[in-house]
Unconditional design. Structure first.
Length: 121
């Protein structure tokens, strides 16, 4: 994946609900709110090391689930396939416009476009 923060936020988006409330809170403050370990520790009344331990355990738990399920990996693959579908649809539209002008092809292209859009959501 692109970088550590991106990877961690993807894990959190997919698996954050599996964490304890404390893990979710600290993880969110650290990665999404960009607070330092010291700031989180001061606000929570625990040590910096305690905050770090909670975040590291949360990262490990989510990574373990991803290793077993591969949902994020499959999500990225699906996004690549959707782009390929969209490119092929655009080519079909152009080809139909320039050569065939067949309304059946227009309907099929629209159907495929709607399906690809639904998959993106």
């Amino acid at each position: 994946m692109k970088n550590q923060t991106y990877r961690m936020t993807m894990l959190f988006d997919f698996y954050g609900e599996l964490l304890t409330e404390r893990q979710r809170e600290f993880f969110d403050l650290y990665y999404n709110e960009d607070l330092s370990l010291s700031e989180i520790a001061e606000n929570s009344g625990i040590s910096r090391q305690g905050v770090r331990d909670v975040i590291v355990r949360a990262e490990a738990a989510m990574q373990e689930v991803e290793d077993k399920t591969g949902l994020i990996r499959r999500f990225h693959q699906m996004q690549e396939y959707i782009v390929e579908i969209e490119n092929a649809v655009q080519e079909l539209k152009t080809l139909n416009y320039r050569q065939y002008e067949d309304p059946r092809i227009d309907r099929l292209v629209e159907s495929i476009t709607q399906a690809a859009t639904a998959l993106k959501e």
